[in-house]
Design a protein around this ligand. Structure first.
Ligand code: BT5
Length: 332
């Protein structure tokens, strides 16, 4: 398996160009017959490989997501200690919560090529064509209760925008509470969920205590957006914006890298930089908006976004009010 990973690393590093068999042989220590067997294994895992008569082996981009490739390029401390990629799941958030029963699951990243029951906030759906986008969940075990829902929601959207900027040079905007916009349409959405999850006890021992677990779910339309007929407002994809297919591995790594940074800031209570960075990518301050929160409609002008208390609205009638991300939606 290690040798197949070496071969994949080398093919990936060539960014869509062929690699000769002699080079593959040097990197992996295998003869040509064994390399062919490894290439067959990679094809079985879903990679699209082509053997060119003059240029060796070509890995077609965008590649199928591969946990090892993502892990080797990560510079993070907490997020992405372990990465798992699935073909299809119900929801990556559910898989992450299920994994939280294992003791050493903090920082786990779950990715899937498709979801049967991808969800948004407030009972809404997340729809994604299979095999081309990012559907990802990050699990954090938060026994000290240092990770506030509000702060995580804006940090996750910000990490997506920053990661895409670093990986692709594309400048996205942020819309409170959880949308990442490109060309004024939705490119990405974030769903933060928190639950107490019991640790699974080995054998028939007593049930162990529950741990506060946070799952940050992120959906990004990298190479395809769902058709407008399936959505309430228009969606956009990165590929649609840049005019060519976009490789996902680098985008995933950069998003995780930025998320790791902001989660570290939040856990140390350093929120000022998060506030300022979020503001710099948003045009919401001063805008007149309506928000539905817990069944009530509020209308007014946006004064501020607080990483702990939510959006501060100067209401048309009544005193200013803080509205939390959880349970809030911008109304039309
Ligand atoms: C969100 O909810 O935007 C959070 C989406 C989180 C999805 C990720 S994917 C990985 C992880 N696993 C999950 O099961 N979920 C997370 P919300 O703000 O409620 O927006 C949902 C609304 O966005 C829907 O009602 C649609 O109108 C629209 N929508 C659905 N799919 C979309 C897409 N691919 N692109 C743009 N808009 C979409």
């Amino acid at each position: 398996m290690k040798r197949a990973q070496k071969i994949l690393e080398l093919l990936y590093s060539r960014r869509g160009q062929g690699v000769s068999f002699s080079e593959l042989s040097r990197a992996s220590g295998l003869d040509v017959a064994r390399i062919h067997a490894m290439l067959d294994d990679l094809i079985r895992t879903g990679q699209r490989l082509e053997i060119l008569p003059t240029h060796g082996v070509l890995l077609h981009w965008p590649i199928r997501l591969d946990a090892h490739l993502i892990e080797v390029g990560l510079k993070t401390r907490r997020v992405g200690r372990h990465v798992i990629c699935f073909d299809e799941v119900g929801s990556t958030n559910d898989v992450a919560f299920d994994s939280a029963r294992q003791s050493r699951s903090d920082g786990l990243v779950i990715l899937a090529e498709s979801q049967r029951k991808g969800r948004g906030r407030l009972g809404r759906k997340w729809i994604s064509p299979p095999g081309c986008n990012i559907l990802m969940s990050v699990l954090l075990v938060d026994e000290q209760n240092t990770l506030a829902h509000e702060a995580l929601t804006i940090a996750a959207g910000l990490a997506v925008a920053e990661g895409i900027d670093i990986a692709c040079g594309v400048d996205c905007r942020l819309k409170w509470p959880n949308d990442v916009l490109l060309d004024a349409s939705k490119l990405s959405g974030v769903l933060v969920e928190i639950k107490n999850v019991p640790l699974s006890s080995p054998g028939r021992g007593p049930i162990r205590k529950s741990r506060r677990c946070v799952v940050i779910g992120i959906g990004v339309n990298v190479n395809a957006a769902p058709p407008g007929s399936e959505l309430t407002s228009p969606a956009v994809s990165l590929a649609g914006h840049v005019g060519t297919d976009v490789e996902r591995v680098e985008v995933v790594r950069e998003i995780l890298d930025r998320l790791d940074y902001w989660i570290d800031c939040i856990s140390r209570g350093e929120l000022a930089a998060l506030h300022d960075a979020w503001m710099a990518r948003s045009d919401m301050i001063g805008r007149r908006i309506s928000i539905r929160c817990e069944g009530i409609r509020y209308t007014g002008r946006v004064l501020d976004i607080s990483p702990l208390e939510g959006l501060l609205l100067c209401r048309d009638e009544g005193p200013p009010v803080h509205l939390p991300a959880r349970g809030s939606s911008l109304a039309d």
